[in-house]
Design a binder for this molecule. Structure first.
Ligand SMILES: [Zn+2]
Length: 458
């Protein structure tokens, strides 16, 4: 119980920090970013073709072309010298440092912490973007779409600076922030897209805009309020009238899940239900018609949970978005018909449903309805913006249809859906289609973030 209260406090603290606004100054100096490459490393090797400088604070300790650092009893040991605190490694002018065989721009920091070393790469934000863009977008796409992604990624990075401050850096190098591998993941065309938009960020009323993006909206983006509970004027649902000419591989997908598999997935996530008779979408977003809540109907009890949570539990690459319809068949039975597009776009919600949605979350009420603390924490988390990057992996051909083995006669639930990702903000495949139709990156950004402005920060 105490832990849960702590967690609730944490979530509310998060909300407060998540809604803070960052003012934009006309001429800032370029921001330096600390990217956490690794934590808990026993050893680290740094190589360079000219001598690197190791310093503790402002004091230069030694120089060398090869530095082997080991973590011994909570200290960093370099060539028989022991450091208890953070050390910095700077390359000679015009040289690069290789860490674990890979070249990186900028300098490094190594922090001995507990039984391991934290390895941090310090780069300017523009150099950081050189290293992240390839994980987000293909260089073969139209240049205006690449520029739109560069502005969005720069704004996203600035908004998330300090996300890992308790670990001593700003952003991690994994998918949690934006995938970063330094110079080895750079591409000359993507670097040009970064240079062409140097210092440009999206702003709203003079402050940094909250930007989100996803792979493919499936034809209509959704409002931030349906995904993370906050109504943001420039994060509204937008219908992509041009979607018919979009050639995304995620346009249509199908996932077949036997009821036993679904019972297993729910159980792994702490939701015990003996069997599943049926699934029903009980609420939808009235513009994109994404599922908002799903009722899981068992023979003894039934529960209603947010569709975003169902997606989390099943897995983002299996249930690629919440823009789906659910059909049912028996194993080894021929399924009747295919979900028609009209099934994915049901009539608008009733007044009562809209009113119910407009009501703020009432914890007392949820408790009275039998929601567990875990459920409520998740609803709050979802409602208040714990939202991670949600894009399809690059260079991977996705399967259009995925199914699991089922027992004879067992019910199989068929999720027929479209798009990939939470649907908030810019659709990357939509941006590509708009660029193919001759739209500029400013027009693309205006479409997905209406009312925002591009400002050059440095
Ligand atoms: Zn991270």
């Amino acid at each position: 119980m105490k832990n849960r209260i702590v967690l609730l406090i944490f979530i509310f603290t998060f909300i407060i920090t998540a809604v803070k606004t960052t003012p934009i100054n006309a001429k800032d100096t370029e921001v330096l970013i600390k990217v956490g490459l690794a934590i808990g490393e026993k050893e680290a090797v740094f190589l360079s073709d000219a001598p690197m400088t190791i310093a503790e604070g402002n004091k230069v300790i030694l120089k060398g072309r090869k530095l082997q650092i080991a973590c011994i009893n909570g200290t960093a040991k370099v060539n028989d010298i022991t450091f208890k605190k953070k050390i910095s490694i700077t390359p000679a002018m015009g040289s690069l440092i290789r860490y674990n065989g890979k070249p990186y721009r900028g300098s490094f920091e190594v922090i001995p912490k507990g039984n391991g070393l934290t390895i941090i790469n310090l780069v300017s934000i523009e150099e950081y973007l050189y290293g992240v863009l390839k994980a987000e977008i293909s260089p073969s796409w139209p240049f205006e779409a690449l520029k739109a992604q560069a502005v969005v990624s720069r704004t996203y990075a600035l908004n998330n600076i300090g996300r890992h401050s308790s670990q001593g850096f700003d952003l991690c190098a994994g998918n949690h922030c934006q995938g970063y591998k330094g110079l080895s993941s750079e591409d000359p065309i993507l670097n040009k897209a970064v240079d062409a938009t140097k210092g440009e960020v999206l702003t709203y009323n003079g402050t940094l805009a909250k930007v989100f993006y996803h792979s493919d909206s499936g034809g209509c983006t959704t409002s931030s309020k349906y995904v993370w509970g906050r109504d943001i004027p420039y994060l509204k649902g937008r219908k992509e009238e041009f979607y018919a000419s979009c050639n995304s591989p995620y346009k249509h997908w199908k996932l077949e899940l036997p009821s036993s598999k679904l019972v297993e997935i729910l159980s792994e996530n702490g939701i015990e239900i003996e069997d599943i008779k049926d699934l029903a979408i009980t609420k939808r977003d009235n513009l994109s018609f994404r599922a908002l809540t799903i009722r899981i109907i068992g023979s003894k009890r039934s529960i209603e949970i947010p569709a975003t949570r169902v997606r989390q539990m099943i897995g983002y690459s299996l249930l690629r978005s919440t823009a789906f319809d659910i059909l049912k068949k028996k194993a080894n039975e021929k399924r009747e018909g295919k979900a028609k597009p009209s099934n994915l776009y049901p009539p608008k919600l009733s007044k009562e449903e809209r009113r119910a949605r407009a009501r703020s979350i009432n914890i007392k009420e949820l408790l009275a309805k039998g929601y567990s603390y875990d459920d409520i924490i998740l609803i709050l988390a979802e409602a208040y913006g714990i939202l991670e990057r949600d894009v399809a992996p690059q260079n991977e051909q996705p399967q259009e249809e995925i199914s699991f083995e089922a027992k004879d006669g067992e019910s199989i639930f068929i999720f027929e859906g479209r798009g990939w990702g939470h649907g908030v903000g810019m659709s990357q495949w939509g941006a590509k289609t708009l660029a193919e139709k001759g739209k500029s990156y400013t027009e693309i950004l205006q479409f997905y973030f209406p009312g925002t402005e591009i400002k050059r920060r440095w």
